[in-house]
Design a protein around this ligand. Structure first.
Ligand SMILES: Cc1cc2nc3c(=O)[nH]c(=O)nc-3n(C[C@H](O)[C@H](O)[C@H](O)COP(=O)(O)O)c2cc1C
Length: 406
């Protein structure tokens, strides 16, 4: 077994190999949260790059709960011509494409929504995020209905499926965490209650779409926070999700407060982070499942990927940042031209010497460049990329707020 082998999902859809582009928020939508040509062009580049499957950046099901301005939204106001063009671009080079459906919950920036709906009133411990309002029983029903509505729109637009985002501290992920979810009703307390929102969303989405439409879920292996959603919980939730008919589960970890998903091992740093940092957690989850598992985070060397597949720890290899540095690296890795995916972050200064979020923001700035000009600028310094992205988001937020007032 290796990365070049195809994989047939439970719904009978076959992926041509084991490499998946994981979701990366492109921040390239316009002020109406519709995909732009730059975003469409980027997916056309990725599609011909050799990966079997592309997952869009998080796509809010509710425009009052964006991760940031520039997210493309799937709701009845979406420009379906543009959304269909995005899906077609994702498939144009032979890949399949999923829309990652998300509700940012308490991780919605204050500028977008000062009091976002969340699982509780526990506020994000970072500047720029307001005090959330706990969802009412009726709001939970609305949220589930919005996921269904977006999944149907994704199907109508020509996507091959959706990935429900239940990782990284967004609403569904925060509901799983006993640290954030302080409810005492049927949505809080025991794991079965904390998982209710994710399970009900997935159940309703699965029921609403065609059997051949892929329904996947991104789940944390752990939040890596004291008193948070932990590994034992994660194994159990994965089993619950399998029973709902999901086609695969993607494993990641962390949230905005604990950004474990974006670790980077700097050559100049003293701490060495090993490749594929969630793989050992994932192995225990995979042991408990019959459906395929995808692990994302830090994979770079083809021998590490092949070993992970051959040893049965994972079925699919998710990667993010390498697709920004070289959209065609997957073909090269699959045909043996290169033994390692690009790992530009290894040449960066250690994260603790940089402003918070700088490395991630550098990659976000490169996504914008790759979409707008056809290529990233890998020579740009981390701090310049960071600042350029902060400006980009500020402008996008200003434009969004002006549009909202119209
Ligand atoms: C610029 C950028 C944006 C990201 N946006 C998302 C997102 O919208 N949804 C998500 O689930 N993960 C997101 N991620 C996380 C990636 O999917 C992936 O889990 C992470 O980058 C680790 O994989 P890597 O080491 O191969 O980059 C993002 C990562 C980057 C670098």
């Amino acid at each position: 077994m290796n990365i070049g082998q195809h994989l047939t999902l439970p719904n009978s859809v076959t992926l041509k190999n084991r490499i998946v582009k994981s979701a990366m928020s492109e921040a390239l939508a316009d002020e109406y949260n519709n995909p732009t040509q730059a975003q469409i062009d980027l997916f056309a580049q990725w599609s011909k790059g050799g990966a079997a499957l592309l997952i869009t950046g998080n796509t809010p099901v509710d425009r009052m709960h964006l991760e940031h301005a520039g997210n493309f939204v799937l709701d009845p106001s979406s420009d379906m011509k543009r959304v269909s063009a995005l899906a077609a671009a994702g498939k144009s080079g032979g890949a399949k494409i999923l829309a990652q459906l998300a509700h940012a919950g308490r991780q919605t920036p204050e500028a977008i929504n000062a009091h976002p709906t969340s699982i509780s009133d526990v506020q994000l411990d970072l500047p720029g995020y307001g005090k959330p309002t706990p969802a009412s029983e009726a709001e939970f029903e609305e949220i589930i209905a919005k996921f269904v509505r977006s999944a149907r729109l994704a199907q109508e637009a020509g996507f091959d499926g959706v990935e429900v985002h239940a990782a990284h501290g967004y609403l569904l992920s925060s509901a799983l965490s006993p640290r954030i979810n302080t409810r005492t009703d049927r949505w809080g307390g025991a794991l079965e209650n904390r998982a209710r929102l994710a399970i009900e969303v997935v159940r309703a989405v699965r029921k609403a779409v065609d059997p051949g439409f892929i329904v996947a879920v991104k789940l944390n292996s752990s939040d890596f926070q004291k008193g948070g959603f932990d590994h034992a919980d994660s194994v159990q939730v994965a089993v619950m999700l399998e029973a709902e008919g999901v086609d695969f589960i993607e494993i990641s970890g962390g949230n905005f407060e604990e950004p474990t998903a974006y670790q980077h091992a700097s050559k100049s740093g003293s701490t060495q982070i090993r490749e594929a940092y969630f793989l050992d957690y994932a192995a225990a989850i995979n042991d408990a499942l019959n459906i395929p598992l995808m692990v994302t985070g830090g994979f770079r060397s083809s021998n590490v990927m092949n070993d992970a597949i051959a040893s049965g720890k994972t079925d699919l290899i998710g990667m993010g940042r390498p697709f920004i540095a070289d959209p065609a690296f997957a073909t090269k890795l699959l045909n043996g031209e290169i033994a390692k995916a690009p790992a530009v972050e290894q040449d960066f200064p250690p994260a603790e010497t940089l402003p918070r979020g700088a490395v991630l923001n550098w990659f976000c700035a490169q996504i914008a460049l790759a979409g707008q000009t056809g290529a990233p600028d890998l020579a740009m310094s981390v701090v310049d990329g960071h600042e350029s992205y902060l400006n980009q988001i500020k402008l996008a937020t200003d434009r969004l707020l002006i549009t909202r007032r119209k």
